[in-house]
Design a protein around this ligand. Structure first.
Ligand SMILES: [Zn+2]
Ligand SMILES: [Zn+2]
Length: 489
């Protein structure tokens, strides 16, 4: 795009943002005048992950961490807030993400910033800025964290989503692509999910130019059937039409010319080698020539990861209604597989990735061909719940301390600390006065043993150890608690 035009666009955007800002300031002033009572509320599209859900998040995050380490990926953490241009240049002007979903604003210093919509450009920026091209290549990163998309405010669409991704920066070898794909399968299987990987190649800029022309010809004759967005995409990037969720556009996309027929010999070879490696490693995959991925930087290998749901069985939760399903699919900017056969139950997209040979250079670094992928964790957790996948048991507290009366409460606080330092998992509900309420807490937590300390015990320097299952009780000296607990646990 010519510089002038670019500048104009930026100017227009800045003005639009200023306008918005002015409105919100006015709103605030109005509210102050009215002196309304403030009621705290969640921002649209955001959500809280409550304690009850944390077992799922811990499970998925821990598995992500250990599988990334097993494949030699090292963790990188980049800021949530980045320069807007990083994504406009990196993720690309014609991508849906940059076109419509950026969480961007002008900050107090007048800088155009945004909350990262995806992880790759930030990781690549860090690679360039920290001179990692001087290290032995390739560099293998993984990241895990929140991403932001300013989605249309419809039910079910998250504006803050969580991704786990890996990047291999600095190698063009097809074995890298194959291993990233194998890794993706391994992560799903590790979680108890049944993955399907669909692969395609979108070639290099040279052969894609030829294909784009072909695609343009194909759609041009059917222009009137395309949605307004796609009619525009026909000029900017006809590949984007394949991502459109419009019914007619999807129908038209079914009969497009296959990109594989237009790949240059190098790209064709690269794809063949990737597939050979996968065959060699006995990794199942499917070819799908309609997979193009929604971001501008991809070259050659692109792939999407779907989970196959077991056929509906009565003990499973009922499937979502079709409207809910659509919302869920939109949540992460991923779509349902166009090839999904109906007899095996629906496939849901949970991740994807591919090769990005020119991104490092586009962002100002020395050429470093790369490959990566990312999973949408919100979607994965949703799927674990829907499929009723059992999580490994989390170790709850071993012993509960119950107290009666002020003196006992003081003593209990101290015993809690002593036992905790001794390595016991201890629970309490010190704010309660009644023994009954405390024993109920212990039951809820599933602790087998309970220490009870009352006025008499304080005076005698003892505690009662109660077996919560049998109800049997035993009095022991306070300095022998640890010893007795070890015997009973
Ligand atoms: Zn090529
Ligand atoms: Zn369309």
């Amino acid at each position: 795009m010519p510089r002038k035009k670019n500048k104009k666009i930026i100017k227009r955007k800045k003005e639009a943002i200023k306008k918005k800002k002015a409105v919100s300031v006015k709103d605030k002033e109005l509210r102050a005048i009215k002196n309304e009572k403030y009621v705290a509320h969640l921002l649209r599209g955001m959500r809280d992950i409550l304690p009850a859900d944390q077992t799922y998040w811990d499970f998925v995050n821990n598995r992500a961490k250990s599988i990334a380490a097993a494949y030699g990926f090292e963790r990188i953490e980049t800021p949530i807030l980045e320069d807007y241009n990083l994504f406009e240049r990196g993720t690309g002007m014609t991508s849906e993400v940059v076109e419509k979903q950026m969480y961007d604003f002008i900050d107090k210093g007048g800088e155009h910033v945004c909350c990262r919509p995806e992880g790759t450009p930030g990781a690549v920026r860090a690679y360039i800025e920290h001179g990692m091209f001087n290290l032995p290549q390739p560099i293998k990163f993984y990241y895990c964290g929140p991403m932001f998309r300013h989605e249309k405010p419809q039910a079910g669409r998250l504006r803050q989503l969580h991704q786990f991704g890996v990047e291999v920066v600095g190698s063009e070898k097809p074995i890298i692509d194959a291993q990233v794909i194998i890794f993706s399968r391994a992560f799903c299987e590790n979680l108890g999910l049944d993955p399907v990987i669909e692969i395609n190649s979108i070639g290099c800029p040279t052969c894609r130019k030829v294909y784009r022309r072909k695609l343009n010809e194909y759609f041009k004759f059917r222009r009137k059937q395309l949605c307004p967005d796609c009619q525009r995409r026909l000029e900017t990037n006809p590949l984007r039409i394949l991502d459109c969720k419009g019914k007619e556009c999807q129908e038209l996309s079914k009969k497009i010319p296959q990109i594989i027929d237009y790949l240059c010999p190098d790209c064709h070879n690269h794809l063949t080698r990737v597939l050979e490696y996968l065959d060699e490693a006995e990794t199942p995959y499917e070819l799908n020539h309609r997979i193009v991925r929604g971001l501008d930087y991809y070259t050659r290998t692109v792939f999407e990861v779907f989970v196959r749901r077991p056929k509906v069985e009565s003990q499973l939760e009922p499937f979502l209604s079709s409207a809910e399903q659509e919302d869920l699919e939109e949540t992460q900017g991923l779509k349902a597989s166009p090839l999904a056969p109906t007899q095996e139950g629906p496939r849901l997209a949970i991740g994807g990735g591919g090769r990005y040979d020119n991104l490092v250079e586009t962002l100002g670094g020395k050429p470093a061909p790369s490959c990566g992928m990312a999973f949408g964790l919100d979607r994965i957790i949703e799927e674990l719940k829907i499929q009723n996948i059992k999580l490994p048991k989390v170790h709850g507290p071993q012993v509960f301390i119950a107290q009666l009366g002020d003196m006992a409460r003081q003593k209990a606080l101290k015993i809690f600390e002593v036992l905790r330092k001794d390595g016991f998992r201890v629970a309490e509900n010190f704010s309660k006065d009644s023994l009954r309420a405390q024993l109920e807490s212990a039951h809820r937590l599933g602790t087998k043993l309970c220490l009870i300390i009352g006025h008499q015990e304080v005076l005698n320097n003892t505690v009662i150890i109660r077996d919560m299952l049998s109800g049997s009780q035993e009095v022991v000296d306070q300095d022998k608690i640890a010893k007795e607990l070890h015997k009973k646990i």
